[in-house]
Design a protein around this ligand. Sequence first.
Ligand code: B12
Length: 211
Amino acid sequence: MSDFLALAQAVYKGDIKGVKALTQNLIDSGAAADDIINKGLLGGMDIIAPKFKAGEMFVPEVLRSAKALGGGMELLQPLLGGDAAGKQAATFVIGTVVGDLHDIGKNLVRLILESAAFKVIDLGVDVPVQKFIDAIKEHKPQFLGLTALLTTTMMAIKETIDAIEAAGLRDSVKILIGGAPISQEFADEVKADAYCADAIAAKEIATQMLA
Ligand code: B12
C-alpha cells in the first residue's frame, strides 16, 4: 500500500495517532504538502463520502475521521507558507452558514489562505446572518467566504448576501462562496463575486482580486 493510501485509510478509520504519524512520515520523506492533502487526507474523505451516503458510516464515525484529518492538517500548516500572496495583509472573514455544521472544507480554505499570509477570521459553523454582518462592520475585511454543504442550507448563502446588501455593506467586501453543492451558476444567481471549487482556487481568486 502506498503511504498516501495508508494515510487515506487512517483518516477513514478515524485513527488520529496513525494520521499524525503517517503525515509526519510523509513530511519527513519530502512529499509535497499538496499531495499529502489531496492524495492522503482528502483521499480519506473520498472513501468516507460514498459510505456515509449509503448509510454504511454514521455521524460519530465521520466526526472522528474529521478530527483525525484535522490532526494531519495541523502538522502541515507550517509547511504551507512560502508565497506571500496576501502580504498586503488582506483580511478574510469566513464561516459556514446558519443551519450547516460542515467545516472540513472551510478549515482547509482557512489553512491555505493563512499559509498565503491572509489574516483569516473564522466565525465557525452554523453562523447566523447577523454575525456575518457584525463581523464585516468590526473587521472591515476585503473578503467574506461562505460555505454550505447541504442543499437545504444553500439558500442561507443567498439570505446572508441579501442581508449584507440591505445593511449597505455589499460594496465593501468581495464575497467568495464554496461547498460541494455550490456551482458557478448558483454564485451568479445569488450575486456572489466568485465561486471557488477548492481551497487552492480560493487563494488564487482572492489573490487576483487583490492585484
Ligand atoms: C464529513 C461530512 C459530514 C460530517 C461533517 C464533519 C465536519 N466537521 O465538517 C458530519 C458527520 C457532521 C455530517 C453531518 C451531516 N451531513 Co454530511 N457530509 C460529510 C461528507 C461525507 C464530506 C464533506 C467534506 O468534508 N468534504 C471534504 C471537503 C474538503 O470538501 P468540501 O467541503 O466540498 O470543501 C472544498 C470545496 O467545496 C471548497 N470550499 C468549501 N467551502 C468553501 C468556502 C469558501 C469560502 C471557498 C472559497 C471554498 C470552499 O474548498 C474545499 C477544499 O477544497 C459529505 C459528502 C460529500 N460528498 O461532500 C456529506 C454530506 C455533505 N452530508 C450530507 C448530509 C445529509 C448530512 C446530515 C444531514 C446527515 C444527518 N442525517 O444527520 C448532517 C447535517 C448536519 C448539519 N446540520 O450540517 C449530505 C448532503 C446532501 C444534500 N443534498 O444536502 C452529503 C452530500 C452526504 C450525502 N448524503 O451524499 N456530514
